[in-house]
Design a protein around this ligand. Structure first.
Ligand SMILES: [Zn+2]
Length: 417
């Protein structure tokens, strides 16, 4: 075990998915130790809520300005007991151990370690956390079209997020302002979307969409003529029905997928489980629903994120069959580490190894990326060691697969051809 984990720890991971706030926002935030581990959309909050903790209690827990650490911890302590062994809880425990030397998270240990958070403040602290996570490139979805300016940290790269375009909610005036094209007809909208991608082609790594949060992933081809009426409704401010929004979104996704194929820009699609609580329609999320889009644009490369959990079986089949389908383990290690380890083992014996990307923490704070990165290394080592122990891989082959999954596959894939 030691050898393989040691090999994996040496690999500078190519991180394909984070939502990191910018260094400037981080400096303004000045996260304390609780915020650093649990705050800013920290996924552990969702398990705490699932276990029965109220949103008000979480808000009070994360409030850096009103109460002391012991009082704040009391708001969530009982619920933490139920969540500490989930994948999200494990990532928090790993970050606490690595960043602050905490072996057991409670009020006393957080209070004692709180001064160490000074090490992780400012741009230097932001960078220090990313260095500890040992990453060579970090791809960030900042939910924007224009990548944020972050000259301080050159390893940060950005996606162009098209969710509002894909779910039909986009304000057309913002497209017009951004591209300089008056979006008055469906043909002008097409030109504006093409322009949007072309103007950013050189400063983004990928197109990203998480429209599975706001509509079904199911896609059908919509011709210009069939979309014209819906487009006109949207342009003139008439509220769209859910069906209208799908028509406009599917039409736009078709334009984007076509253009992305021409430009060689991959499209990352959220598939599977939702973050948060109380909103997830499981019937929207299966990777199988993306099949018509994948099939219609064979020259466009699609990355299905988060292994489509809990429909991960479908991705083994889709990625095996379609040459333009790739799968990313981002966030999957922390949603369900046991299943993700098993998924990796099945993938090795089912799908070409080059089409699987091994890590993305999906975090908003670099301190949380530290926990997710260590978690991914740990569970990948377990999966590969099991392959060795079962006599299916040599230790050298396992090490070489680790390098492929954590670095080489992504590096080669995201080089624009
Ligand atoms: Zn994400």
């Amino acid at each position: 075990m030691q050898t393989l984990k040691h090999t994996i720890d040496q690999i500078a991971m190519f991180d394909t998915h984070e939502h990191l706030i910018s260094p400037t926002e981080y400096c303004t935030l000045q996260p304390d130790i609780i915020t650093a581990l649990f705050g800013v959309n920290g996924y552990i909050q969702h398990d705490l809520v699932s276990a029965g903790c109220s949103h008000q209690a979480i808000d009070a827990f994360l409030d850096q300005h009103t109460h002391d650490i012991a009082t704040r911890w009391a708001f969530v302590a009982d619920f933490w007991q139920h969540c500490q062994y989930t994948g999200y809880g494990e990532a928090v425990r790993r970050a606490a151990k690595i960043l602050y030397g905490i072996n057991h998270i409670d009020a006393a240990s957080l209070e004692q370690a709180a001064p160490l958070q000074a090490t992780y403040q400012g741009v230097a602290g932001y960078q220090r956390a990313l260095e500890i996570a040992h990453l060579q490139e970090i791809q960030v979805d900042a939910f924007t079209w224009q990548p944020p300016a972050t000259p301080e940290i050159p390893t940060l790269r950005y996606d162009l997020n098209v969710q509002t375009i894909a779910d039909g909610s986009v304000v057309l005036d913002t497209v017009a302002t951004h591209t300089g094209i008056a979006v008055t007809t469906i043909r002008a909208y097409r030109l504006a979307l093409q322009t949007l991608l072309r103007m950013h082609a050189n400063d983004i790594v990928a197109i990203k969409t998480q429209h599975a949060y706001t509509r079904t992933l199911a896609w059908t081809h919509v011709a210009d003529d069939a979309c014209e009426h819906t487009f006109e409704k949207h342009r003139t401010g008439i509220p769209l029905t859910a069906h209208d929004a799908l028509v406009l979104g599917d039409w736009a996704l078709g334009v984007i997928a076509h253009e992305a194929g021409i430009l060689g820009i991959p499209i990352k699609i959220h598939t599977g489980h939702h973050a948060g609580n109380g909103a997830m329609p499981l019937e929207w999320l299966s990777p199988r629903l993306v099949t018509p889009l994948i099939k219609a644009f064979p020259d466009t490369r699609f990355v299905c994120m988060h292994i489509g959990y809990p429909y991960h079986d479908e991705l083994l089949s889709l990625a095996k069959h379609y040459r333009n389908v790739y799968v990313d383990l981002c966030w999957a290690w922390s949603i369900d580490p046991v299943t993700t380890s098993a998924f990796v083992r099945r993938w090795i014996h089912t799908v070409p190894i080059s089409k699987l990307f091994g890590f993305g923490g999906d975090a908003f704070l670099p301190t949380q990326t530290v926990g997710f990165a260590d978690q991914a290394r740990h569970w990948l080592a377990l999966a590969l060691q099991a392959e060795v122990d079962d006599g299916l891989l040599t230790i050298d082959a396992a090490g070489s697969i680790a390098v492929s999954l954590l670095s080489t596959n992504q590096r080669l894939f995201y080089v624009r051809k």
